[in-house]
Write a protein that binds this ligand. Structure first.
Ligand SMILES: [Zn+2]
Length: 160
C-alpha cells in the first residue's frame, strides 16, 4: 500500500464530480496551455487581491485542454499528495462554454488541484450553491455570473 493519496476528480458541466483513487501517479512536465493561461492568471490575480501569493506554474501544476473520454465530463483534477497536480479541461465542452463558464470550470479545478479543496454542498435558502466547489451531485444549483462572481471567489479563497 503506497503512502500517498492520489485522487482523480471528474467534473461535469453540471458540476457533478466523482473522486476516484488511482493506482499510480501522473508524472509529466508541468505546463499551462496558452489558451488557459488567462484563467490561471485571473485566479492568481484574485488570490493576490485577497493577500495570497499563488503561482500555479511555480507549483508545477499542469493545466491543459484534452479530449476527456468520459461522457459529460468538463474537467478533471489529478491530485497527488506529494506531486504537483494536473488539470485537464475537456476541449469539446470548452469550445461550447461562455468565457464565464470557462472561468468557473478552471477555478473549480484549481480549487481542487491548487487549494486542495474538496467539494462543498452548502446552499442558500433558495437552493443556490454557496460555493464554486459544489459537486453538482447535491441539491444546490450554481448561479455564477458577473453579479455573484465576487462572492463565489471570496468563498473559494476564504479558508486559505
Ligand atoms: Zn469537483
Amino acid at each position: 500500500m503506497k503512502n500517498v493519496i492520489v485522487l482523480f476528480i471528474l467534473c461535469s458541466l453540471v458540476w457533478s464530480c466523482i473522486d476516484e483513487e488511482l493506482s499510480s501517479g501522473q508524472s509529466e512536465t508541468a505546463q499551462i496551455q496558452e489558451e488557459l493561461q488567462q484563467f490561471v492568471s485571473a485566479f492568481e490575480g484574485e488570490a493576490a487581491v485577497r493577500g495570497l501569493r499563488i503561482d500555479v506554474a511555480e507549483l508545477g501544476v499542469t493545466v491543459e485542454l484534452s479530449d476527456i473520454p468520459q461522457d459529460d465530463v468538463a474537467g478533471v483534477c489529478f491530485y497527488h499528495s506529494n506531486q504537483p497536480g494536473r488539470i485537464e479541461i475537456d476541449a469539446p465542452f470548452y469550445n461550447r462554454m461562455t468565457t464565464l463558464e470557462r472561468e468557473f470550470v478552471v477555478f473549480h479545478e484549481l480549487g481542487h488541484c491548487v487549494l486542495g479543496r474538496g467539494h462543498s454542498e452548502a446552499q442558500y435558502n433558495n437552493g443556490v450553491c454557496r460555493s464554486i466547489m459544489a459537486s453538482g451531485t447535491g441539491t444546490c444549483f450554481q448561479r455564477y455570473n458577473q453579479q455573484t462572481r465576487r462572492v463565489y471567489i471570496d468563498e473559494l479563497f476564504s479558508n486559505q
